[in-house]
Design a protein around this ligand. Structure first.
Ligand SMILES: NC(=O)CC[C@H](N)C(=O)O
Length: 536
């Protein structure tokens, strides 16, 4: 390559802090080019991911990103481009990208090259987005007590506090956006794998209605719940990304409704003149949930006041008890039954020398560990977890069929009824009852979590397939962000975005709140180190 462009050596641009809408405006005004942006992010990854704070957010980088950016720059002033044109992004390593392995973080799949890119990756690329690389993740997307760890990538660190977890399993996708490695990322969420990391990293994320976005080309965990989800720092940017990803795909039947009920109302909204833009919207405040942390409760109480000041009507809502404890009766049995057969169906696409069964994956994991001596790359707990999946295969069992054909539809039906009866546009609750936990089990005097299931309410969106928007509502005194969730009715993403836009705007205007408005790791010494290092 050539020398660093003067435009990006100008630290006053603070590209690592720019949100997607800000970058869109800068690109449109010609203040920065896509090539400059791409070089900047690659250099920043080079300086901060494997050295310095060792965020460990990234696995493989995509070759050709700079050439693609240069090509897009040549056509940038032509008409008809959408908001993602020329914008770099990163994607979780359980998503197929042609030319890179889909390893799911596992060393045993580090040479598993997919035949093609996932449908939604193709859609993002058609929209002009530039893939920088794949992100680290909890291996195979399920944690067995070690969120954010993979044998290929090691442990992902939380950019807000390096001794904290960024949760999982979309750990690298969250850390990358928070650390300023890309303005947006794609994660996947089965039972909270995007919402948890968004909470831990202070990001906006939408778990869309199941079927809004195709699951084609993604390592399955449990297809009854799996969905890709966009992660950003703003609500507007998030809506842009979801709109580009969403659509019907003949390879995923769940996407059938996208032509009949497309995403609506996600266009840029002019600055609200109206001080009460949420007038007429009713939010159900779940009364009978488990609290786990005093600071989160204080931020939540404040968030409700703000929603009210914006015109929304908070109403007390008491959920039927079993909605508060969906794992054992609804989510768990499906999760156990679906993983092995769905994974093995996915693995069929790979060449002969790749593993095609869960048993073979386990065998190779064990072989790896034997050669590694004292530091097994695959934790024994994970191998036990896979063994459990092998022992409990019951995709055809009466219990599983009962849950998928009766229980899950009932949960959907009853929740829709509950929201309709109470005229609720959304349910509102803290995304997690506890802040991002310490990375190790060591003593941490500044960590409080008094519930065993901080994510209990997250299973509602998984079990029903209804959309959930999560966004920052404050910072704890320990310096990690905490998020607010809005759970909407089926296909009601637009209403959630409307509320989220007003809420985040209001929060940004409130100078008394210390909010994760900027990417962490922005100290100027590090930024310059970033710029001095050359990218490929
Ligand atoms: N993929 C998922 O949604 C699983 C989430 C869960 N918290 C885990 O890390 O195991």
């Amino acid at each position: 390559g050539d020398g660093v462009d003067p435009a990006i050596s100008d630290r006053s641009l603070h590209l690592e802090q720019k949100t997607l809408p800000e970058l869109r405006a800068m690109l449109d005004r010609g203040e920065v080019s896509s090539e400059q942006l791409t070089r900047f992010y690659l250099a920043r990854i080079g300086a901060l991911d494997d050295q310095g704070p060792t965020i460990n957010a990234m696995l493989d980088l995509a070759p050709g990103a700079i050439a693609r950016a240069r090509m897009l720059d040549r056509h940038r002033y032509e008409s008809g481009h959408g908001p993602l044109y020329g914008i770099p992004f990163v994607v979780k390593d359980n998503v197929d990208v042609k030319g890179l392995p889909t390893s799911g973080g596992s060393m045993v799949l580090s040479h598993a090259y997919p035949k093609d890119s996932a449908h939604m990756v193709q859609r993002l690329e058609q929209a002009g987005a530039i893939l920088l690389g794949k992100t680290n993740m909890t291996e195979f997307a399920a944690s067995y007590g070690e969120p954010g760890y993979s044998s290929r990538g090691g442990i992902t660190r939380n950019p807000w506090r390096l001794d904290r977890s960024v949760l999982g399993s979309s750990s690298g996708s969250a850390a990358a956006v928070a650390a300023g490695f890309a303005p947006f990322s794609i994660g996947t969420d089965t039972e909270g794998s995007v919402r948890g990391p968004a909470h831990a990293a202070g990001l906006v994320a939408m778990r869309p209605t199941l079927g809004r976005v195709s699951r084609d080309g993604i390592i399955p965990l449990a297809m009854s719940f799996d969905t890709p989800a966009p992660m950003t720092r703003t609500v507007q940017g998030n809506a842009w990304v979801l709109a580009a990803m969403a659509g019907r795909d003949e390879h995923d039947d769940a996407t059938w409704f996208n032509e009949r009920a497309p995403l609506k109302g996600l266009d840029p909204v002019p600055a609200p003149e109206n001080p009460t833009p949420l007038q007429g919207l009713r939010v159900g405040v779940i009364e009978n949930r488990q609290a786990g942390n005093a600071e989160i409760e204080a931020h939540f109480a404040h968030a409700l006041k703000r929603l009210k000041a914006l015109g929304a009507t908070p109403v007390r809502a008491t959920l039927e008890r079993h909605y508060l404890d969906l794992w054992p009766t609804a989510v768990g049995p499906v999760h156990q039954a679906e993983f092995q057969p769905q994974l093995e169906r996915y693995l069929r696409q790979f060449d002969q020398d790749q593993p095609h069964t869960l048993k073979e994956i386990m065998r190779r994991c064990e072989a790896l560990n034997q050669h590694a001596g004292n530091h097994p790359p695959v934790t024994p707990r994970r191998i036990r977890g896979m063994q459990y999946r092998l022992d409990e295969r019951f995709e055809g069992s009466p219990e599983y069929l009962e849950v998928v054909s009766r229980r899950l539809p009932e949960l959907r039906e009853h929740l829709a009824q509950f929201m309709a009866n109470n005229h609720l546009d959304a349910l509102v609750f803290p995304t997690e009852a506890c802040p991002a936990p310490p990375l190790t089990d060591g003593k941490h005097n500044d960590y409080e979590c008094t519930t065993r299931e901080p994510f209990a309410l997250g299973y509602i969106a998984s079990a029903t397939g209804f959309p959930e928007l999560t966004m920052p509502m404050g910072m704890t005194s320990a310096g990690v962000p905490v998020n607010l969730s809005l759970l909407g009715g089926e296909r009601q993403e637009a209403v959630l975005y409307r509320m989220g836009l007003a809420f985040m705007q209001d929060v940004a205007d409130d100078k008394t709140l210390s909010l994760p408005a900027m990417a962490p790791l922005t100290d100027p010494g590090r930024a310059s180190a970033t710029l001095d290092r050359r990218s490929p």
